[in-house]
Ligand binder design. Sequence first.
Ligand code: XMP
Length: 518
Amino acid sequence: MAQGTPQVNGFDTVLVLDYGAQYGQLIARRVRECRVYSELIPHDASIERIKGFKPKGIILSGGPMSVYVDDAPKVNPEIFALGVPVLGICYGAQGIALELGGTVARTGLSEFGKTTLSVIKPGLILESMRPEEQCWMSHRDSITEPPPGFEVLAASSGAPVAAMEDRERGFYAVQFHPEVVHTPKGMDVLRSFLYKACGCAPSFTPASIIEEAIKKIREQVGDSKAILGLSGGVDSSVAALLMYRAIGDRLTCVFVDQGMMRMREADRVVETFSGTFGIPLVSVDASDRFLDKLKGVTEPERKRKIIGEEFIRCFEEEARKLIDARFLVQGTLYSDVIESGTRQAAKIKSHHNVGGLPEKMDFELVEPLRWLFKDEVRAVGEELGLPEHIVWRQPFPGPGLAIRIIGEIDRERVDVLQRADAIVQEEIRKAGLYRELWQCFAILPVIRSVGVQGDERTYGYPIAIRAVTSDDAMTADWAHLPYDLLETLSSRIINEVPEVNRVVYDISSKPPSTIEWE
Ligand code: XMP
């Protein structure tokens, strides 16, 4: 399915047309937080494509350009003939002004950051606002004259028309950004537009998402069978539960234990899915196989390649046994769909994802999470009764502990790292910090240093602790963990893991470091 192809479902839908905004995705997320389904599509999407979504409203996002530069994206005038309300934000607001006969000019008064909004008349979209409100602006050009038929609702010192509306035709525009938290009444603006202008119902809830997802899966899969690569992470777990609800025992999950999961995690995956939920699960203990292949390997990219390939081989072997399965389930998220067309980052590491599509396999894909953001997947997981430790599990790399043992991997080292890491997990949870942190874990650099314990010389491993905060893993800060907690971690690890005689804390941010050490 190409990016932006209508996912058409039973929800009232409001489209966000992306003019290159930093906050395009955020607008769609905010609309969804108002319980109205939203998708982000390119600003130059054809009108037929837009109609295909059957939108109840359209939002035009901000963008980095001036409306006056030569190749500035234009607002497609056909949008105004669709008969649905339109809300322009920042660049989108200026686009509406220009297209409908207003003026946009450079006033010489740019506004960036927190700005005071003077509300002249609340109208429909500013109805919750008092005469003075804080908002967040980011613009150089301003609307100086509204188009015919529009009423000016608000101004700021740099924007003579900071909000305007033509209620009769259903066109609304705000120069400020209602989607960011620095506009405290921003969500009210969106709610007014969605509920009052567009007449949307706030029906995009976890329960109705589940119902809709099940309906779509049944439509796609019919009476056929499907297999799913289960990793124990939240995405593949939620996908498994949705699939199971939709097609029951015609789903088989395949869990490949490469022997490099966290302590007891492999057992817990089997217990949860096979035991608690009764989902047909093939569990493959492939730890010997993986460790054999990794013997003597220290180079990080080689490790990743070996593990990625071996994983696919194991998965394929199991999949071949399920000869009558026609569908392969993947936990692709909506953010992957949005980003897949645009991401052009240099390759830093070869990521391997459990459930990664085996090449040359004769399956059709089912992607039940393709229209959901991560927080929505979590909410659905909670609604489905998935245990907390899975719903809120921090990201865990496909190659697992293999890329946290810096040097050659063997069973003993995996075991040392598992025990040290279990202490990190336990103490961070006890301190109530688990959900706040993007990730926290232990690393075992395969070097030794001298220590002294009980008057005896020791020559043991160090353990490094990594704890980071992040929004999306693209950048990260090292977490300022309390000293007391670091002290507890250090003494517990050294006392309880005899192979370790030193604990260090990683205080590097990303960039220039990465989150994982390999
Ligand atoms: P880095 O180390 O590049 O990691 O800062 C960014 C995020 O990606 C996770 N990660 C992976 N996830 N397969 C995955 O599914 C992988 O091969 C992989 N490698 C790194 C990492 O844990 C962090 O959240």
